[in-house]
Write a protein that binds this ligand. Structure first.
Ligand code: GRF
Length: 209
């Protein structure tokens, strides 16, 4: 399926898209072994869609507005990924659950990033500020992003990589989120690089998980 030697990425994002941007920027180095070929967003006005347009990358709005029937939406997402020859699906701040058809079509080929050290501080409802508030409330000394494989249940797929940052005295959810996000922008492109370069085998990781 590889057309020009680089692994083809499809990114799903709902909001700002700073992780999307980190991947786009990484791929500006011709030696980087992957490239973003399509961005799908459930939010037509999202920063992620604007970034795609600015970078000349296909941006597709798919949501309950364009497809009120969840099965039709799932199919449209899977079809769009296939139509762009996507080999690896990257969730980057995507606030919707991936449907069964897309999950089956991209088995062990969907990655997500969570802004805390899973398996703690994850699961349904644990997103955005809530994650960092939970970390602070628990008195944790460290936090940091987790990249993991997406399976049906929220935030429980095999962990691919983590980075650690200290929780500092005086932190609030915003300062902690900013420190973690900085690491996300390094970790996500690095994990994708490892996969694309054949240094990380997703089937093996999934089998072991
Ligand atoms: C990140 O913190 C990521 O961990 C979480 O959603 C946020 C997305 O940020 N899943 P951005 O849209 O990439 O800036």
């Amino acid at each position: 399926m590889r057309r020009d030697g680089r692994l083809r990425l499809g990114v799903l994002a709902s909001h700002g898209g700073s992780n999307l941007q980190a991947l786009i920027d990484a791929a500006k180095d011709p030696a980087y072994p992957a490239q973003v070929v399509v961005v799908i967003s459930n939010n037509s006005g999202s920063g992620a869609m604007q970034r795609a347009a600015r970078e000349g990358i296909a941006g597709v709005h798919l949501s309950s507005v364009t497809h009120p029937d969840p099965q039709a939406l799932d199919r449209a997402i899977a079809d769009t990924l296939q139509a762009h020859g996507v080999e690896l699906v990257i969730l980057a701040g995507y606030m919707r659950k991936i449907g069964p058809l897309t999950l089956r079509g991209y088995r062990h080929r969907i990655l997500n990033i969570h802004p805390a050290l899973l398996p703690d501080f994850g699961g349904e409802g644990c997103w955005g500020r809530h994650v960092h508030e939970a970390v602070l409330a628990a008195g944790a000394q460290e936090s940091g992003p987790t990249v993991f494989l997406v399976i049906e249940a929220y935030d429980t797929g095999p962990i691919l990589a983590q980075a650690r940052v200290p929780v500092l005295p005086g932190d609030d959810a915003d300062t902690l989120a900013a420190r973690v996000l900085k690491q996300e922008h390094k970790l996500y492109p690095e994990v994708v690089r490892r996969i694309a370069a054949g240094e990380m085998d997703l089937d093996k990781v999934a089998g072991a998980g």
